[in-house]
Design a protein around this ligand. Structure first.
Ligand code: TA6
Length: 246
C-alpha cells in the first residue's frame, strides 16, 4: 500500500522544530497563541520530548506505543499549568491515535488542540472529501463562521483553511488516481479542519518543496472555538483519530 500519511521531504528533524507531516500534536493551543504570537504556533506538544512508557504487540498483529509528557519548567514558561498528557498510537489494519490530557494542578485551564493529520494523496485534483456537507465553517482566521458548505463533496482547487464547527463525524478522502479511499474517524472532537496551502503560500513555508503541495491534504480532528476544552482540577479529556484504507 502507498503511504497513508504524508511526510515532507524537506522536513527538518531538529530539536525545537516541528516535523512537517505525519500527525503533529497541537496542544495546549491550536494555531497561534491567542494572546502572544511569540509563543510557538500550535502549542509545545509537537516540540517537546515525550517519554516512551510502553510498547506492545498483540496476536492480531497490532503494535501499540504509549508515550507521556508531564508539565515541567519548560512547559510552564509557555503555559503556567500542571498537566499530564498521554499519547497512545495503535498501528494495525487501522491507525488509532489517542491524545489524552489531565489537569493535575489546582486551577482550571482551557485548551484548544488538534491531531493535525497530513494525508498522502496522488494529487489534489484527483481527490474529493466526503462528510462535510451542510456544515458551517470559519474560513481561515475570520472572527465568525460565516460559510456553509452546500456541495456534497469538497474538492480542492485553491488554498483552503476551513474550520468546520459542530462536526464530529467521519470524513472520507476518495483518491481516484490511486483508486483508494482513506476513512478518517474521530472521537472527542467537534471541529474538523481541512488545510492545504496551495502554490503561493507553500513558497513561504520553508519545509515544503514548492511543487509538493499537491501531494497532501490535512484533515484534522480538533477542539477549538465553541469546542474548546476547559478542565477543572483532576478532569481529563481525550481526542482520537482512527484512520483506515477502505
Ligand atoms: O490547521 C491549519 C493550520 O492551522 C493553518 O493555519 C496552517 O498554518 C497550518 O495549520 C500549519 O501550521 P504550521 O505551524 O505547522 O506551519
Amino acid at each position: 500500500e502507498k503511504e497513508v500519511l504524508w511526510l515532507s521531504r524537506a522536513s527538518k528533524f531538529e530539536v525545537g522544530t516541528p516535523i512537517r507531516g505525519g500527525i503533529p500534536l497541537c496542544f495546549p493551543w491550536f494555531g497561534p497563541h491567542p494572546e502572544d504570537a511569540s509563543k510557538p504556533a500550535h502549542g509545545f506538544a509537537r516540540l517537546a520530548e515525550w517519554s516512551v512508557c510502553s510498547t506492545s504487540n498483540n496476536n492480531e498483529g497490532e503494535t501499540t506505543l504509549e508515550l507521556e509528557l508531564t508539565s515541567n519548567s519548560k512547559t510552564k514558561e509557555l503555559w503556567p499549568y500542571d498537566f499530564y498528557a498521554r499519547l497512545t498510537v495503535m498501528v494495525g489494519e487501522k491507525l488509532k491515535v489517542d491524545l489524552s490530557f489531565k489537569n493535575t494542578g489546582d486551577k482550571a485551564f482551557t485548551t484548544s488542540d488538534a491531531l493535525h493529520s497530513y494525508f498522502n494523496i496522488s494529487t489534489l485534483s484527483s481527490i474529493s472529501i466526503d462528510g462535510l456537507a451542510n456544515h458551517t465553517y470559519y474560513d481561515g482566521f475570520e472572527k465568525e463562521p460565516t460559510h456553509k458548505q452546500e456541495a456534497p463533496l469538497l474538492t480542492i482547487s485553491k488554498e483552503e483553511n476551513r474550520r468546520y464547527i459542530n462536526h464530529s463525524g467521519k470524513c472520507t478522502i476518495a483518491d481516484q488516481e490511486w483508486n483508494r479511499s482513506i476513512g478518517v474517524e474521530k472521537l472527542g472532537s467537534n471541529v474538523t479542519v481541512v488545510w492545504n496551502p496551495w502554490q503561493e503560500t507553500t513558497k513561504t513555508i520553508g519545509d515544503i518543496e514548492d511543487a509538493d503541495y499537491i501531494n497532501f491534504i490535512c484533515v484534522e480532528a480538533a477542539n477549538a472555538y465553541n469546542d474548546s476544552v476547559t478542565l477543572q482540577p483532576s478532569e481529563s479529556h481525550q481526542i482520537s483519530t482512527i484512520i483506515a484504507i477502505e
